[in-house]
Write a protein that binds this ligand. Structure first.
Ligand code: HEC
Length: 249
C-alpha cells in the first residue's frame, strides 16, 4: 500500500515523476553502465515488441475503447485512475479504492504481481517476472494512450480492436427458434430448419446485453470448443432463458 500512496502523492497525473525518473536512470547509466541494462524497469521499452507481448493480455482486455471483456478496455488506460472506466461495471472495490493512477511505475508494480500490488483485486493473472517484457508492454500501452491524445500513430494489431460478431445479423443456422429439453439432452432448432441434439453438459447458456447482443426472443447459437460437440446459446437477457426452453420428452 505504501507504494501506492507514494505514487499518488508524488505523481498524481503520472507526468510529474517522469523527468525525475529519467534523471535517476541517467545517473545509473553514468556511474554503473553495466547495471543499467539490469535496471530495465527504468529503461525505455519497445512499443513494437510490446504490441506482440500484449497478446497475453488480449484474451481479457481489448484496445477498442467501446469494448470491455473480462477486464476493462485498456485503450485509454494511460494516465487513468485505477477503476476509472465508467463503462466497466465489474471493478473490485480493492482496485477502485486503491488510489493508483496508471503510469510507468504503477503499471510495472501491477504487472510484476497484481495480487501483491493491490490485494483482493479481480484480475486472475499471475504477473510477468521478466522486466523487459513488462517495460515493452508498458511502452506499448503508453503509445496507445498518447496516440488517442494526438501523439504519433502506433501500430495496433487489428485483433486487439476487433469487435465481436454482431448477434443481430445472424445467418439462419445461427438463429435459434426453439429449444427442447428431455432428460440429459437438449434439441436446438434453428431458422434453417435443422434440429441439433446436445448432451446437456455440452450446451452453455449465456446472455449478451451489449449493443452487439441478440434481439430479445432471437437467441443465437455459436460453436464453442474445438471438437465440434459444444455450443453456446446466447440470449438478450437472463429472463428469456427458462421461458424459451420447453421441457418435453
Ligand atoms: C484473465 C483475464 C485477464 C488477463 C489475462 C489480464 N487482465 Fe488485466 N484485468 C482483468 C480484470 C478482471 C481487471 C479488473 C480487476 C479489478 O477490478 O480488480 C483487470 C484490470 C487491469 C488494469 C486496471 C485497469 C483500470 O481501468 O483500472 C490494468 C492496467 C490491466 N488489467 C492490465 C493488464 C495487462 C497489461 C495484462 C497483460 C499483461 C493483463 N491486464 C492481463 C483481467 C485480466
Amino acid at each position: 500500500m505504501g507504494r501506492l500512496i507514494r505514487g499518488q502523492t508524488d505523481n498524481p497525473s503520472g507526468k510529474r515523476g517522469r523527468p525525475d525518473r529519467r534523471a535517476r536512470g541517467m545517473a545509473i547509466l553514468v556511474f554503473t553502465a553495466t547495471f543499467a541494462s539490469f535496471s530495465s524497469a527504468r529503461a525505455t521499452g519497445d512499443p513494437a515488441r510490446g504490441a506482440k507481448e500484449f497478446g497475453v493480455c488480449a484474451a481479457c482486455h481489448s484496445l477498442n475503447p467501446e469494448l470491455n471483456k473480462t477486464g476493462p478496455s485498456l485503450a485509454t488506460v494511460w494516465g487513468r485512475k485505477a477503476g476509472g472506466l465508467p463503462s466497466f461495471g465489474r471493478y473490485s472495490p480493492a482496485l477502485k479504492g486503491s488510489g493508483a493512477v496508471w503510469n510507468e511505475a504503477s503499471l510495472d508494480g501491477w504487472l510484476i504481481n497484481p495480487a501483491g500490488y493491490i490485494p483482493n483485486n479481480n484480475m486472475t493473472f499471475p504477473g510477468i517476472p521478466d522486466a523487459k517484457v513488462r517495460t515493452d508492454i508498458i511502452a506499448f500501452l503508453k503509445a496507445v494512450g498518447e496516440t488517442g491524445r494526438g501523439g504519433p500513430p502506433v501500430d495496433i494489431p487489428a485483433a486487439y480492436t476487433a469487435t465481436p460478431l454482431n448477434l443481430r445479423e445472424l445467418k439462419p443456422d445461427q438463429e435459434v427458434t426453439a429449444i427442447r429439453s428431455c432428460r440429459d439432452s437438449y434439441f436446438v432448432a434453428t431458422a434453417d430448419g435443422r434440429i441439433r441434439p446436445f448432451w446437456d453438459e455440452s450446451l452453455r447458456f449465456e446472455t449478451d446485453a451489449s449493443p452487439l447482443g441478440p434481439f430479445p426472443g432471437k437467441p443465437a447459437i455459436l460453436p464453442s470448443g474445438m471438437l465440434g460437440d459444444r455450443a453456446a446459446v446466447i440470449f438478450a437477457q437472463p429472463s428469456e432463458i427458462s421461458s424459451f426452453i420447453r421441457q418435453k420428452c
